[in-house]
Write a protein that binds this ligand. Structure first.
Ligand code: NHF
Length: 439
């Protein structure tokens, strides 16, 4: 697996996803190697654990983010090539998002193994459209990753529709496998921590955790906080996390006159996060765009009363009035009303929390999700084994002994017929060819 982030150096849900998915797959007996940027140089793994190979993207300064991503991909590919040389053949390569597309595509063609891609989010979705050349470039790379992949995995039906709509990927090429949550992680506590470090005794606590980017909708939550304070609720909003939007949010809190009621904690430890979920009278996911929303699962796993935007994957994860309260995205008065219900109706909060915990246990265990992902791999590998694309290596020689006919009649494909050209001709919106099964 190629990823641009992996704990502890992760910014968002993608890093968490790769970590927990690879751990659950390895625990089920699959040999998983993850290549990711990171500081530790020791490679770990084996005995039911994934091998995590941390690399340092080249020490050459990069003029901008896009150049950094390209450098990262070359470094990821370099490590993977070494691994393939040292460890032998890999069956399949899996790339997460456009940030690992180049390494994934290079590995696929260099070693002639099928590529599976997970598209966690799209540039057009994140920015509510494509507005400049950088966004257009990223969107092109996303299209290209979808084109090159044998199967595309998305974490929600919403994302499946988005990916099919934007990139013109056929329905049978996209599989939905949701994210999961490790419930046990949410029971770890630290007795030394006290709610007083975050809010006064007479204050109710409203909690947000996530990346501070506009699409997470924290500005809407600030507006809702002002409404709640105006109507007399003595609340403290705790905003945990960091991100490029942080300064603007602080400025906005000051402009709204609510700064003393908002605590921007920065990054918090897992133990602190768990306590905050428990102390919170309401945990809020006010996103404007959310492909899945792992934080909603976390809030449920922690037994918190959840208020979430009725958007993207959150609409599928949260059942209104059953496991949480849903509100229209961007609607501060509606958000304030929903939070207020949790502040004033303890019974409602407890019921939502109890049912939420039950649902995450039933439907969102990582072991179940790893199993579903491995089923995708199995299907891809079985199609690949029967495909002309695999039948020959780059020199036109048969690569696998059983190609000689032991597994039934196979059409011999001359080397010239195997299309190795880079998939640049069609461009975004063009026909999705992929490889064997979708050409
Ligand atoms: O949970 C992991 C994460 C999602 O909604 C999240 C997102 C990026 O924006 O799949 O990927």
């Amino acid at each position: 697996m190629f990823t641009w982030e992996y704990p502890p150096d992760h910014v968002g849900g993608l890093g968490k996803h790769v970590c927990q998915l690879s751990e659950a797959m390895a625990a089920q007996g699959t040999e998983v190697h993850v290549i990711a940027p990171g500081k530790q140089d020791a490679d770990s793994g084996g005995d039911g654990r994934p091998f995590v190979h941390h690399i340092t993207p080249y020490g050459v300064s990069s003029p901008d983010f896009l150049s950094w991503v390209l450098q990262l991909n070359i470094a990821l590919g370099e490590r993977a090539a070494r691994l393939a040389r040292e460890q032998g053949d890999f069956d399949l390569v899996h790339a997460h998002d456009w940030l690992a597309a180049f390494a994934g595509r290079a590995f696929k063609h260099a070693f002639r193994v099928p590529l599976v891609a997970t598209i966690h989010a799209t540039e057009a979705g994140r920015n509510a459209g494509i507005h400049n050349r950088q966004q257009a470039y990223i969107s092109d790379v996303e299209w290209w990753l979808g084109y090159e992949a044998w199967r595309v995995i998305c974490c929600s039906q919403h994302m499946k529709r988005e990916v099919m709509g934007i990139f013109n990927i056929p329905d049978d090429k996209v599989v939905v496998v949701p994210n999961g949550v490790n419930r046990e992680e949410f029971s770890i506590a630290d007795r030394a921590l006290s709610k007083r470090a975050f809010a006064a005794d007479d204050q109710r606590l409203v909690f947000f955790i996530g990346r501070l980017v506009r699409e997470k909708g924290v500005h809407v939550l600030l507006e809702a906080t002002r409404i709640l304070l105006q109507q007399g609720d003595n609340i403290k909003l705790v905003v945990a996390g960091t991100g490029p939007y942080e300064e603007e949010l602080k400025f906005m809190a000051a402009s709204l006159g609510i700064f003393s009621h908002v605590y921007f904690t920065g990054k918090v430890s897992d133990k602190t996060r768990n306590h905050l979920y428990r102390w919170a009278d309401a945990s809020v996911c006010p996103s404007l765009y959310e492909p899945f929303g792992i934080v909603a699962l976390e809030a449920m796993a922690a037994g918190s009363g959840l208020v979430a935007s009725d958007v993207g994957g959150l609409s599928e994860v949260v059942e209104h009035e059953v496991t949480g309260l849903k509100v229209p995205p961007g609607d501060a008065p509606a958000l304030a009303r929903a939070i207020s219900r949790l502040l004033h109706d303890r019974r409602l909060k407890e019921n939502l929390a109890r049912r939420g915990q039950k649902v995450v246990k039933q439907d969102y265990s990582w072991s179940g999700i790893a199993k579903r992902t491995l089923e995708v791999y199995d299907r891809v590998l079985s199609e690949y084994r029967h495909s002309p694309w695999k039948a020959q290596d780059q020199r036109g020689q048969r690569r696998f002994p059983y190609e000689s006919g032991a597994y039934g009649r196979r059409r011999r494909v001359p080397a010239e017929a195997v299309d190795d050209r880079p998939a640049q001709t069609a461009g975004p919106g063009g026909q999705q060819a992929g490889d064997g099964s979708h050409s």
